[in-house]
Design a protein around this ligand. Sequence first.
Ligand code: NAP
Length: 537
Amino acid sequence: MSDQHSRTFDAVVIGAGFAGLYALYKLRKMGLSVKVFEAGNGVGGTWYWNRYPGARCDVESMEYSYSFDPELEQEWIWPDKYSKQADILKYANHVAERFNLMKDIEFETRIKSAFYERESNTWRIKTAKGRKVVAQFCVMAVGNLSTPRVPDFKGIDNFKGDWYHSGLWPKEEVNFSGKRVGIIGTGSTAIQIIPQVAKKAKHLHIFQRTANYSLPARNGPLAEEKRAIHKKKYRELRKQAYSTPFGIAGYPPPEKGAFEATPKEREAKYHQKWDEGGTISYLFSYNDLLLSEKSNETASDFVRERIREIVKDPETAELLCPNDHPIGTKRICLDSGYYETFNRYNVALVDVRSAPIEEITPFGLRTAREEFELDSIIFATGFDAMTGAILEMNIRTSDGLDMKDKWKDGPKTYLGIMIAGFPNMFVITGPGSPGVKSQMILSIEQHTDWITGCIANMLVNGITRAEAELEAEAKWTEHVNEVANSTLYPQANSWYVGANIPGKPRIFMPYVGGVEAYKKICDEVVAKGYEGIQLAP
Ligand code: NAP
């Protein structure tokens, strides 16, 4: 089934976000010919698409950056403690230009299908424009939160105003001045958008189904002195980050459980963390907050008390208090003035749990209780997380396997990196890896180093095919679930379990054993001669 019209590369990388850029850099450095395909017309992935007002990273800038090049680390200047989207995008572009990566990236090119042909041991990749390429290796750098999802509301096509999804935000600034705006959703994204849009809109209606925990970021400019100290200790800090659960240095894991402290001590600790800002710091108040419901309740209660203190209208405050999941079992949101926004005269919270949205009307929306007139609607309704981008493509093999069938009951991977039956395909921070539960760029580097190490080993030893074993994959998938079930995580209806997508199988997808444990396992697999992977000459 060879195709004379296809160009051949050693490796094809799908996606030019932080994962795709680093994969290109590393694979090319090994002397391979590489082609990257990217749906957007620029690099940056998440930070390319999510240009909504208020978009910022919830990991501190000095950590949320590449570590592979000390010169890059030293020359780049992060202005804020938590970077805004535009600065992160600027950084992604800087990296792409500095390492001359652009020339191997084809933009505005979505991949439609990838077919593995065993006989020729090649991946045959087809773009949505109909172009075909052939490669020995296929690297999925497609991101975990890259398939935006607008719920299937009745009437959406009839809406006469403007509507936006946060993950597909226009490049031009959207002017909400004087408009009646509605935002659907109160996740991490909405919590960043709401304070910004409230300042501009004539009126902002916030349609909330489930309340989330949000902590103050206490963001601000990064003091030169702090930046300099961090840069001086970069090597040590990067190393330290690998020995933590979330891959973030500077926050040593706590040694004490919540009930080893007196109520007064606990209150003082939570206050100190709340005043300091940030999510890791708060979660690291005690070592059992994600393991014991009773301990978690103390941390959850503290946040609910702060909400009641900040939000003046008691009814609104009560609605904003999360009560369906322990704090931390969904990604904690990080905000700048979120709860305070509900004290504004032009903002109203609408509970769509008790009265769901029934229809988008030509002039707004209607819930089971009321009708709202809106000029603009913002859908901050999330993503088909972790599996969406992979399953959107048609991925099949000459052995008759189809990824959609393989993952119909939930994703199965070996280490979150390889998939049995799909040889020479590697996923960066895939389901079953700690990617989304970590400092993402650190995990991207660790995965990519592991993948390129595997490919280098193949090249040196004359191996042409690497394929995860079914048994190793089954064991790993079971382990991922076992670890999750030993924590409180599965209690939440989060995108970690696919709960936000109607009909998606409920499986806990990320590995929550922590970055340190995970890296150790990955290294051991290598030390044991790529245990669990069949290597064929
Ligand atoms: P999300 O956490 O999935 O939140 C989606 C929101 O939309 C939820 O409040 C959800 O309510 C609501 N929603 C969905 N369908 C609805 C419907 N039919 N009716 C009413 N409400 C509906 O998505 P996200 O806020 O975009 O965040 C996703 C992830 O992206 C985060 O967890 C985080 O990992 C990442 N992120 C990070 C940052 C950062 O670094 N600062 C910023 C933004 C996002 P339910 O909860 O009831 O389903």
